[in-house]
Write a protein of this length. Structure first.
Length: 309
């Protein structure tokens, strides 16, 4: 049975299309403090790919990640919270001495502050000598540029080929990072090998469209209270966008006051290219502050335009 939604008339509803993080959620904390009513509507179901996670565990246990000339991978790449969570599930099964050794000079490249925070917690508990880099890059393209500039100088061509990187991914992902790191336009000595390994699979949660529709309809009472009010929807992933667009296109023909913000350019471009739907805000950084600042700027301009009509 889908949840019931109610909104008070004193704070702006903001529908967060994600599963609420536990024990605390930074988006809930941030937007509650900014006079919004954050409401979580889970979109995705994630299932970990156990055989491939076992492969990662065996890399540690076999010594393949130990420092030295025979190291199979010089680092790991993470661009999603779920990949980090999957990685975390295997670490308790690896003995401490192995983790101590393999984490020496091991690099964990990440994109975005949320993924970095999760990795930092895991690093502190399990991989004490690993280095986490890239959290300020914000998207895959910037991370790839960062890796090219950081990883290449670590290896001298006289030492033999540099080890590739292991990219832990979901089955739905962009290939921008492998393409950029292994681009044929790069000098051969600058190319960085990347092996992708799917560690989780993603699907749309059953009942998402119905739940989202109920939430949007429940927000209409708030909108009816004053003409300058708006409702916000924050989209974190391309998955489920088709259902979201169907619900929003089913609203009445009056002035649109349910606005959409995306966590970054990947989701913004997906909405535009596949559905012809223009998001109102695209966060400059994939964080609650990035989304919040984009919304504030949009609303200031929207209200100015309304006042000038």
């Amino acid at each position: 049975m889908p949840p019931q939604f109610t909104f008070n008339t004193s704070s702006t509803p903001i529908l967060l299309l994600k599963t609420k993080s536990s024990p605390t959620d930074s988006y809930e904390e941030y937007f509650s403090a900014q006079s919004y009513t954050p409401t979580f509507i889970p979109v995705l179901e994630h299932n970990f790919h156990t055989p491939n996670l076992t492969t990662v565990k065996q890399l540690f246990q076999s010594g393949a990640l130990n420092p030295g000339p025979g190291r199979k991978y010089g680092g790991l790449i993470f661009t999603s919270q779920r990949a980090v969570e999957g990685f975390a599930t295997i670490l308790n099964d690896i003995d401490e001495s192995t983790k101590q050794t393999s984490s020496q000079s091991l690099i964990l490249y990440t994109v975005g502050p949320a993924t970095s925070r999760s990795l930092t917690s895991i690093r502190d508990d399990h991989l004490p000598h690993a280095t986490i880099l890239g959290s300020e890059t914000g998207n895959g393209e910037n991370l790839a540029h960062f890796i090219l500039s950081h990883y290449n100088p670590l290896y001298d061509s006289q030492d033999g080929p540099k080890p590739p990187l292991l990219f832990l991914v979901g089955e739905q992902r962009r290939d921008i990072i492998p393409k950029m790191l292994m681009a044929g336009s790069l000098p051969p000595e600058q190319r960085i090998g990347v092996d992708e390994l799917v560690v989780y699979e993603t699907g749309v949660m059953e009942g998402f469209e119905e739940s989202f529709g109920k939430a949007v309809r429940a927000s209409e009472e708030f909108l009816g209270g004053a003409v300058e009010r708006a409702v916000w929807v924050v989209v974190f992933s391309p998955t489920g966008c088709d259902a979201m667009v169907r619900v929003l296109k089913g609203l009445g023909d009056g002035e649109r006051r349910v606005f959409v913000a995306t966590i970054g350019p990947t989701t913004r471009d997906h909405l535009k290219n596949k559905y012809g739907f223009e998001a109102d805000v695209c966060a400059e950084k994939p964080s609650q502050e990035g989304v919040g600042m984009g919304i504030v700027e949009f609303m200031e301009n929207w209200r100015k335009n309304r006042a000038g009509q």
